[in-house]
Design a protein around this ligand. Sequence first.
Ligand code: HEC
Length: 246
Amino acid sequence: MSDPVTNKPDLDDSTNVNVDAAAAERENHMFTEGAEPLSLWVILGSAIVVLIGGGVLFGGHVFDYKNFVKKGYVREKAPDDGAGGAKPKPAIAAYKAIGKKVYDSCSTCHQPAGEGNMSFPPLADSEWVTGPSMRPAMIILNGMHKPVTVNGKQYDGVMPTMGDGMDAKKLAGILNFIRNSFGNKADKLITVEMAEDAIAAAKERGSGPVSADELNEKYNRDLKGAELPMDTPVDPKTLEPATAAE
Ligand code: HEC
C-alpha cells in the first residue's frame, strides 16, 4: 500500500497481495441467481391448476366436464360420412353423375358436347347411342373399327377399347349419360344389372374391336335386366334403390 497523503510506498505494510488472493480463490463460490425462494403466490397458483386439472382428468364430480354440457347432447351424424346412408337421388341423376366422370375419357375424341368432328363420329343424335342398348355397350367395352354411318355420314376410324377398369356401375353410368345428354333422350334407364349383361356378353365374345356389321348381326338388342323407373330414389354411391327412411 502507499500512503495516500505522501503517495510514497508504505514500507511497513505487511499485506501480501499474492497470499490474500490465493486465499480468496480457495473459498467456495456462492451463486444466488435463480436460487431465490419461490413466491407464495406462485406456489398457490400452481396448486390450484394441479387440483382442477386432476379433478377433470380423474373423474372428480366437481370439475366433471359432463357437468358443463347439455344433458342428452349427442353429436349429429355427418350427412355423408361415406358409410352409406347418403341422401338418395333420382336414379337417372345418380347414374348420369357417375357417367359424366367417365365421359372425360371419351370427350377428347367425341368432343365435350358429343358433337364429334371430321375424324370422330358424333354421339349427339346418333342411332348407335340411343338405339338398342347392347350396341353402344359393346362399342365401349371392345372398341370399334371399320366403316360406320352416323347421321348419314360415314366414318372409318378406330376406337380403342374403353373396357379397362370399366365395372358395371361405370358402364351403366356412361350409357345413361350419353343416352340422355347432348339432346339425346332414352326412354329407359340402363341399370347396373343390365350393364352386367353387356360385360358377360363381351367376355364371351373375347377382345378385339367390333364392327357395325357385327353389332347389327349379333348384338342388335336391348340389355337384359329388371327395369327401374328413372326417378326411383337410389343411393348415389352404390346405386342401390334407397330403402325406406331410417
Ligand atoms: C381415341 C378416340 C376415341 C375415344 C377415346 C372414344 N371413341 Fe368412340 N369412337 C371413336 C371412333 C374413331 C369411332 C368410329 C369407329 C369406326 O369408324 O368404326 C367411335 C365410335 C363410337 C360410337 C358409335 C358411333 C357413334 O358416333 O355413335 C359410340 C357410341 C362411341 N364411339 C362411344 C364412345 C364412348 C362412350 C367413349 C368413352 C367411354 C368413346 N367412344 C371413346 C373414337 C373414340
